[in-house]
Design a protein around this ligand. Structure first.
Ligand code: F6R
Length: 260
């Protein structure tokens, strides 16, 4: 597993944007899995800058979001539909007919999940999955004890995740949905490439377990040790509990790379 440790959140976001941009340049019709949450905000801002100032062309990419809450109206300010258009899609030239986010309002979430898997297959599979990580090691909304063989499906959020997400629900933290539709672990692991971003001390333990811990369904992100092309892009605080690596090098200012 490759780990890029950066001096701060801004450099982390820029490093992640470079990976995304390189993917688009080498394959303009790349298929992405995309996260929401606090962590990727800097990445989306940097991609918007690259689009506006450097002509990064996203017109042929396809995107699949990792997850969406069940039961929130699409225009609800805390829905992931709203987030993705507000923070990213409205500011770049991603084509709307190539954007897919699970529909958490549909009557039959199982059917929606199946259709989502088929849509990913029809698009040719995911070329690059961009992930965040929960404090409990969740990726997408695959909480501890999720089977590694899982595909897209409706899930119940862990109590810790509901508490962590309450910050996005302003005045009414009790309104955080309890259920979501999430890509499964196998869906994510089938991606050709994966990058996982983490920032801040509250992620340090989960990152330690992801890199050094046993591969166990109790820490869903630990499965990434088994992926042939996975890179963690971290800030210093998130990397704080990592053992030093014998295979380290410094590729440029503000970053160092370690191979585990
Ligand atoms: C969201 C997602 C989650 C988040 C994780 C971290 O689409 O898939 O796994 O990446 O909960 O969230 P933040 O970045 O808000 O700490």
């Amino acid at each position: 597993m490759k780990v890029i440790v950066t001096d701060d959140y801004e450099i982390m976001s820029r490093e992640a944007a470079k990976v995304v941009a390189a993917e688009v340049k080498s394959k303009p019709d790349s298929v992405f899995a995309l996260p929401t949450g606090g962590t990727p905000l800097g990445l989306y801002a940097e991609l918007i800058r690259m689009h506006k100032e450097e002509g990064l062309d996203l017109s042929k990419v396809s995107t699949f979001n990792l997850d969406e809450y069940i039961g929130l109206p699409l225009n609800h300010e805390s829905s992931y539909h709203y987030y993705m258009y507000d923070k990213f899609f409205n500011h770049v030239n991603v084509s709307e007919d190539r954007v897919r986010i699970p529909n958490g309002l549909i009557e039959n979430p199982e059917e929606e999940s199946l259709a989502y898997e088929w849509a990913i297959k029809r698009a040719g599979g995911i070329d690059l999955a961009v992930l965040g990580i929960g404090r409990n090691g969740h990726i997408g909304f695959n909480e501890p004890k999720t089977e590694f063989g899982s595909l897209t499906r409706p899930i119940y959020l862990a109590k810790r995740t509901i508490e962590a997400n309450a910050r996005f629900f302003g005045e009414d933290p009790d309104s955080v949905p309890r259920q979501a539709i999430s890509m499964g672990i196998r869906t994510i692991m089938n991606s050709t490439k994966i990058i996982l971003l983490a920032s801040g001390a509250e992620k340090a333990r989960a990152i330690n377990q992801t890199v050094h811990g046993p591969v166990t369904e109790m820490v869903p992100s630990s499965v990434l040790q088994l992926h042939p092309d996975c890179t963690l892009i971290l800030d210093e605080a998130a990397a704080d509990e990592l053992e030093p690596s014998a295979n380290g090098f410094v590729p440029g200012p503000g970053t160092r790379t370690m191979i585990y």
